[in-house]
Design a protein. Structure first.
Length: 131
């Protein structure tokens, strides 16, 4: 995670440090969370799964202003393994364009939109910028 984010910072320095902002997410068992309600670029996504979770959960980031939808999504699996937390960090050095905005959710199937149970949900952050 450290090296992935470090490479993003080094790349941003070459671009004269464009304006970026960070949005945190947690408690996704209550539903998805809107991250951006207008077009944007995603530069990094970091998510962590609780160590006690034994159920496979999927992080889903959708090109949508208010809700996690079936299409136009980034899907990252977090497999069920008790006793070890899992973390993933995706970096898009030139930004991943989202036309409608961005919503994030912790779902039970990669192609679905059913929210995960409270004990299995992910938390983390997304680094965004203007399109």
């Amino acid at each position: 995670v450290h090296e992935a984010l470090r490479s993003l910072w080094k790349h941003m320095e070459q671009l004269r440090n464009p304006d970026l902002y960070i949005e945190f997410f947690s408690g996704l068992s209550a539903g998805e969370q809107a991250i951006a309600d207008a077009s944007c670029k995603i530069y990094a996504i970091y998510a962590a799964k609780p160590a006690a979770s034994t159920t496979t959960t999927f992080l889903k980031v959708t090109d949508h202003a208010t809700a996690v939808a079936a299409g136009n999504s980034i899907v990252v699996p977090f497999f069920g393994t008790a006793g070890a937390s899992q973390t993933h960090c995706l970096v898009f050095h030139d930004g991943l364009f989202m036309a409608a905005g961005a919503a994030v959710g912790s779902v039970t199937a990669g192609d679905g939109t059913t929210d995960g149970a409270a004990a299995d949900v992910l938390s983390g952050f997304i680094i965004l910028g203007a399109p």
